[in-house]
Design a protein around this ligand. Structure first.
Ligand code: NAD
Length: 487
């Protein structure tokens, strides 16, 4: 059944200093749905000057926000949650239209992942504490040290198109909670989900200028946000190559980088095979494989290889690919042409290297069929780099050491997963796989909103979610007291 969508054309503006304004460029750009190419709407093509205005507004508003009581900021976040819940269905439809994820996936992003951030930030703030050191290095018994945390200031939030509401709002909700002001720079194919966040914060009553949005190209708007000395921290989520570039232009400021992945899913010979098949279905094909935490390589023990591949192929054959707004659809299109080209390049490379295509392997427009490639080795592009498409590359191994070696041979280290019924094997794989998260007997493509999230190696810098992201977005301060000098 297709969702009924009013063909409303969205015509949105920049949000600077609490006002919805045009860009000083006077230009706008179009956003088209990857599902059918229809026009979703237009947003301004922002410029460096727009970013500078937004940073100035944020700098002023941050003082107001920081002076507010913790209780008041928590109340505003709870109000934002209620508003976001009320808008959830409309925001999910917009997200589905601009991103191309299925309506089921879009509803999950809005209601399961995004909206809880408001509450976690509000409640986490109340539990976010410093410390008093009653002991010091001094011989004096009159010395005390208080360690506290202060807002870091203005946070630039540069976000990707694959989780266009949830990802920027991890940083936004927690930044606002601790008293930072923010400037959003959304991905150009999915700006409306970030504009929806700004509308929620505006209606909730956050002080004008504490939330700003500048839409426009990454190379100008995004780069200015990073370069400008007025931003004190950058929360960037995107490709590793972009993140590496940002480290060169940021100067001395806090960088929280959530970058690419090439997650291994290890299937041992004692694994529950059916569960490991379901894990790969979610790991490889959720959001058409366009997830940083996707199972980008499926490492299968030689002893269970044939059974596993046969079952995975049968299950994959049942996936319905099509219109993302149709509730019966399991997998929608790729988000954009550049990503489709990359997926095609990885498929072509696998063909040239003699990979065996068990199913799929074709891309028409932005629609890629769910693909299983058997016989993949470490030289294949899809084994080395992030494919970001609905592809399950099957690699085989014979021992646990071999599995760990293959799992760790890419420059990435975001999320790994392993299936086994042995506690000892689970423990060794959990310790051996060099990733920020290792799921035992679960898919790569899941994360807990109350646990630290982030990558090893080229998958990123820092950790986010709950108190971990609050720590990244605050400065640690110590204040020392000498009690002998006071009354
Ligand atoms: P991207 O790097 O192309 O773009 C991300 C954002 O950066 C966009 O808003 C873009 O406009 C902006 N940008 C691009 N060039 C810039 C520049 N020179 N200066 C400043 N900003 C710039 O990434 P993408 O294609 O939007 O997203 C897909 C990538 O994101 C994948 O590699 C995926 O693994 C990664 N990702 C990582 C996580 C994570 O949590 N680790 C989550 C989701 C996505």
């Amino acid at each position: 059944m297709s969702v009924i969508v009013e063909p409303e054309l969205l015509e949105k503006k920049l949000f600077i200093g609490g006002e919805w304004v045009d860009s000083e460029s006077g230009e706008v750009f179009e956003v088209r749905s990857p599902g059918d190419g229809s026009l979703v709407g237009t947003v301004p093509k922002g410029t460096e000057a727009d970013v500078q205005r937004a940073i100035e507004a944020a700098t002023q508003a941050q003082k107001v926000l920081a002076a507010m009581s913790v209780r008041r900021r928590a109340e505003l976040l709870w109000r934002a949650f209620e508003i976001a819940q009320r808008r959830a269905e409309g925001d999910a439809i917009t997200l589905c239209r601009e991103c191309g994820k299925t309506i089921t996936e879009a509803r999950s992003e809005v209601s399961h992942y995004n909206n809880p951030h408001y509450i976690e930030a509000a409640e986490g703030l109340k539990r976010f504490r410093g410390a008093v050191h009653p002991w010091t290095q001094s011989d004096s018994t009159d010395k005390r040290i208080v360690v506290t945390r202060e807002p870091i200031g203005v946070v630039g939030i540069i976000s990707p198109w694959n989780w266009p509401a949830d990802i920027p709002n991890i940083a936004a909700s927690h930044a606002l909670a601790v008293g930072d002001a923010i400037v959003f720079k959304p991905a150009s194919t999915t700006p409306f989900s970030v504009i929806n966040l700004a509308e929620v914060y505006e209606e909730a009553g956050f002080p004008p200028g504490s939330v700003n949005v500048v839409t426009g190209p990454g190379t100008t708007v995004g780069a200015e946000l990073v370069r400008n000395p007025g931003t004190n921290a950058i929360h960037f989520t995107g490709e590793t190559a972009t993140g590496e570039y940002l480290t060169q232009i940021a100067g001395v400021k806090r960088l929280l980088l959530e970058l690419g992945g090439n997650g291994p899913l290890v299937v041992m010979d004692d694994a529950n095979i059916d569960a490991a098949v379901e894990a790969a279905i979610v790991g490889c094909f959720y959001l058409a494989g366009q997830v940083c935490t996707a199972s980008e390589r499926v490492l299968v023990h030689r002893a269970v290889h044939d059974e596993y591949v046969e079952k995975l192929a049968a299950r994959t054959g049942k996936l319905r690919v099509g219109n993302p707004l149709d509730e019966a659809t399991d997998m929608g299109p790729l988000n954009n042409v550049a990503n489709a080209r990359k997926v095609q390049e990885h498929i072509d490379d696998a063909r040239e290297r003699g990979g065996e295509f068990v199913c799929g392997g074709t891309i028409e427009g932005l629609y890629c069929q769910p693909t299983i490639v058997d016989g993949v080795t470490s030289e294949f592009l899809m084994a080395r780099d992030e494919t970001f498409g609905p592809v399950a590359p099957i690699m085989t191994f014979g021992t646990i050491d071999e599995a760990i070696e293959i799992a760790n041979e890419t420059p990435y280290g975001l999320q790994g997963a392993a299936f086994t019924s042995s506690l000892r094997t689970a423990w060794l794989l959990g310790e051996g796989i060099k990733c920020g998260t290792v799921h035992i007997n679960d898919t790569n493509n899941t994360w807990d909103q109350l646990a630290p999230f982030g990558g090893f190696k080229k998958s990123g810098l820092g950790r986010e979610l709950t108190n971990y992201v609050m720590e990244e977005l605050t400065e640690v301060k110590q204040i020392t007291f000498d009690l002998s000098k006071v009354r």
